[in-house]
Design a protein around this ligand. Sequence first.
Ligand code: SF4
Length: 403
Amino acid sequence: MSASPLVQIQPLSQSGYEQLACGYGYRATHVHGVGRAGSIWADLGQEAHRLISEYINHLVETRQPTDYDFFDALVTGASPEALDGLDRVREALVIDSEKVFGTEQYIGLDKDFSLVAMEQVEHGHRTGGDPRIEYEGTLDLILLHSATEAEIPDWKNHFYIAAPESFQSKFYPLLLFCAMPSLEIVHFRLEYLRWGVNRVVTFTREDLPRLKRMAIAARKRQRRLIELDKEPKATPHKGCAYCPLSLNGCPIDKSNPYAKLSAKERLRLQIYLDAAAKVNQAILKEWAQKQVISVKDENGVTYTGSFVPRQRTRYALDTVLPVVDAWDREHPDDPLRSRLAVGASELNELAKAKKKRPGLADALGSIVVTNDNTAIKYGSGSVSTLVRNVPIVNTLEVSPSCC
Ligand code: SF4
């Protein structure tokens, strides 16, 4: 692939940032004009975003917190996969129309982070560019709690509940701080539609310098990649699934772990590996009961399989509480008690004996603290029942991590 000397550098956006992970793939799309593949999940996300935006606009216009009839009519005909998450939106979305600044708000900033454009767009894309714009993004929704405090909810139809530590979770608050100089606090809230769970990160205007540094660094990287006069190395990453070269043209297609096997083939392989590991470990354990097993690899490194002593440490509750209380008294700035929790598995085990401990399970059930999350699971059966059984709960406050 040869280099193109004159290319208009697109503004830095959240999706563009993700593509930067592989310089070769980035240049294929943004320098050499190879079209990017769409994906069913991206289409579903856009469909859900469009419907939610239309619903919120209706609530604001009619000054209602909810309108289930309108919602039901709106989603009639939506694809079943999109409906999975939209079920939750119907129940969970209650709008205070006084607080809605706007949906699908495009923000474009120049190289000095000064506002060039802020307007509502359809389907997340602005038609027509402005060469001054260097940083851009479309915010699903902006809520203004006051002249100094705003919130950006962002809808996700992903299966994985991620903490708000992504580039986007910092970049969108940066765009909003720059577009609205009166703001002192911006909350960025990821709304995981199919689970009814959200994750929040909060920034203050004091964070602005480091958010700008993060964006400037990414912009520099983007510019450097565009201006290269030879192709950089290809770096496999999760974005390979959407890369137009993954099927034809990836220079490392023979060794790219993302291109070697399809998602279905990966699952089959994992199921096989799990089963094989289980059988192997059981047999190995039997051998190791009587002898130490060791092998040497071609580099001379010895690997050993054997039983070794292991100590499990625990603290008895009635002896640890006085220690914690004493600590709290002596260190009022670092109270421990409110940060400690008792693991559920031990208590649940004791509560199972319902005759011996009547009422214990109910008492524990009334005080249990849950934190919905996701974990990868390989097994038989469908995920849809699980999706529907997760309660709509919790806001997890997370401090912004360093850029
Ligand atoms: S498929 Fe190849 S070129 Fe495309 S992003 Fe992956 S590693 Fe890069």
